[in-house]
Every structure is written in structure tokens, then in C-alpha cells.
Design a protein around this ligand. Sequence first.
Ligand code: GLN
Length: 484
Amino acid sequence: MHTKTLAQLSAMLQSKQVSATELAQHFLDRIAASDLNAFLHVDTALTLEQAAAADARIAAGTATALTGIPIAHKDIFVTRNLRSTAGSHMLENYVSPFDATVVDKLAQAGMVTLGKLNCDEFAMGSSNENSYFGPVRNPWDKSAVPGGSSGGSAAAIAARLAPAVTGTDTGGSIRQPASFCGITGIKPTYGSVSRYGMIAFASSLDQGGPMAQTAEDCGLLLNAMVGFDDKDSTSLERQPEDFNRDLHQSLQGLRIGVPKEFFGTGLAPDVEQAVRAALDQYVKLGATLVDISLPKTELSIPVYYVIAPAEASSNLSRFDGVRYGHRAASYTDLDDMYRQSRTEGFGAEVKRRILVGAYVLSHGYYDAYYLQAQKIRRLIAQDFAAAFEQCDVIMGPVAPTVAWDIGAQSDDPLANYLADIFTLSTSLAGLPGMSIPCGFGQGEKNARRPVGLQLIGNYFAEAKLLNIAHQYQQVTDWHQRSPE
Ligand code: GLN
């Protein structure tokens, strides 16, 4: 049952081959037997209650395509009935009085919540090692990281602990862990998915999205997740659309832009080979490859690591030990209470970002760093606009290497930042991006570490991206492989 896609599970539920309760129990058993540290909170009774309600809905004939299908949420989405920690000691015992819009929409569709997934603290990281609750193991190779920050989400899909999960992507956190764990994930156009109830990291970049085994499954989930929300000030008001409407379109004549900056030094040869083989496959499907350039790619790292910390330092100022979250047990006065609570509540990477953010926003440095970064951010978006005059989609690697060993880079923040080189620019421009599995690394160590192909589309081209991904998944089986 756990190897089935959402589309298959949906058909099984509707034809009563399996009940939502049986399905939920099956995944709960798998979660209980797993040693990946992917799940932070599970409440069996709550899950089975939701499953019983889904069964009643199916019996009453009012089910949607997603009713009765289990899902787990990244622990950055707040939930009324389960703790919401954002991977932080600061929120270790926090229970939200409301559900995030995304959680609510998927529940309205009848999905059954399996629990909450481990992630880097406040979604800051690329390896899931920044979680207060410990690292997540990559199901393909337990000595490797699953990627981050949605590492628990990606590991849960790869290990078939859940058929669907949510993730968030601020600078790559859906695409990169999807790549490292050999699963499919899509970050939609900024503003498509409501940020209400997504614990904020960098508000002008944060975007939720689905992760699953296939592109078709991601489309089914997107259909339920996307939509205007008046509780999110940057939410986009658009006509509802069926993101899977173009799945079966031919790719004949598709122009694929291949940015030279994504294939330069620093790209591991085994990753390059897998990605080039995927491009060849697309040529066989009727596409043509177009050489393009995204000249500001290199600048996306300094730009992102100015803007994201700036926004984070502002967003995280709410955690003061007064309103909610961790409060130090002993302190001398009010200032000391703030200081102690934040010192104890935040981990090293979060503190590093707050310091950098406060610095680049401070009087005297604002013009030199923050304003400058905003200007280059605009130029990065213009690079993409120029590229999309020559091609319909951009393709390249998601990350320069396959997953690294747990611990190998944990005291080297810069090495982690550099690994974001291919995902940050999409986020800075607000474009939709996707990762689909396209092979494995090479050599004794990397042969069991997946490689992802990145697909970048123009604004609102999600249906096109899903079409392009789906066609590839019709002629390849990387997405069907599982570590077992
Ligand atoms: N790795 C990037 C960071 O550490 C991106 C994280 C994300 O997308 N949430 O900020």
C-alpha cells in the first residue's frame, strides 16, 4: 500500500478496496517502526479519528480526490492539535490556537494528518542538522543527510512513511531535500500558497508546496493548497486552476534552456552526468536544448544571505520569552530575561542569521548591504525574464553534489550556503521550481545517493512544469525506486 501514488490510493479508496482507517493504520505502523527521526509528533488517536471521518465522507459520496489520503506536515506549519516547534527549542512545547491555511485546506479536502515532520530550526539550513530535535537520516543511506530544511518531509516520502507531505522553500528547501532523497517536489510561484500559519523565516521568499513520489501527485496536492487568502498580505488573487490539466501534453518542440552557469566548476561530475542523461531523455521526447546564460547566478548567494537573514532578524524578534515560546527560568531583570530566553531558545545557526540580519539592516550598513542586495535581486529576476524569451523551461542540477555525510559540514556554515547556488536565484525571483529524481551518484559511496533534476518555469507555469515532469516520469522509473 505504501508504494502506491496518490492517484492510485484515491482510486482504491473510492472503490472501497481499502478504507481510510486501514490506510492510516498502515502508515502509522511504518512510522512507528522507522528510525530516521523524520517525525517529531504523532497522535494515533487523532489520526484515526480523522480517518474515520474520511471513511464516513466516502460512504456518503461527498469525497474529493484527496479524501482519506494520509499526509504529514513540516513542523513549520502550525496545527491546533499537534505541537508546532519549527525544529526549535524556542517552540518546543508550543501548541497553536489555529491551523495554518495550508493545513486547513488539505483537511477540508479530507486528508488525514499523520503527524509533524522534523526540519531545520526555523527552516534555516540545507541538511536538517540544525534541528533542535536532532538530524534526520537519509533513507537511502543512513549516514547521509536528507537535505534541508524540509529534510523530514523528503525522508518520509522516500521511506514511504507517508504518501504526501508539505514542505516550505525559502531558498531551496523543497527542491534540495527532494533531490537528496530521490522524490518529487514543487515550489510554486511566490504568493500562490498562503503563508498564514507558516512560521515565518524570510517573508518575501517563504513559499509552501507539496512533496510526493510523482509530479501528478504534486499537482493533485497543489490543486488543494493554492488559493487566495486574505490573511496573507502577499497572497495572489487568481482564478482557480487544475494544475494537472496539461499532464498528457506532448513535449514536441519544447525549448529547454540550459544555463551555462549551472554546469561550471563546482558541479560534481556524477551529478552532471545524471543531469545530462536526463536532458538527453528530454531530447528523445521531442525537446530541443538551448544554451542560455543566467549571469548573476553567483551573486544569488551573497544576495540571499543578506536578504533572508535581514527578514529573519525582524521576524524572529517576536520570540522574546514574553508572549509565547521558551522563557528562561532565571534572570535578573527584563532585559536579562529577553537575553537569557533567546540565548537558550535559539540554536547557533539561527543566532548567526539574527546577527547578520541586524547588522545589514543597521544604520550605516543598510545602504551598503541590504539596499544593494535588493537591487541585485531585481537584476537576477531580469536575467530570468531575458532567458524565458529564448526558452519555455530552464533545467539544471538542483545541487552541486549528492547528499553529504551527517556531520561532514555541520561546523562549516559557508559550505552549506554554497550548496544552495542553484536554488536561490529561483526563490529570489519568486519563480516556480521543481525537483524530480533523475539518477544516482557514482562510486562506492554515492551510488545510493539520489540526484535531482531542477525544472524552473516562468511565473504561473506550474501546470507546464508538471506536464514536463510527468512526461519524463512516464518513460523513466527513478521516481518509483525506493530504498527498501
Ligand atoms: N538552505 C537555505 C537556508 O539555509 C534555504 C532554506 C530554505 O529554503 N528554507 O536558508
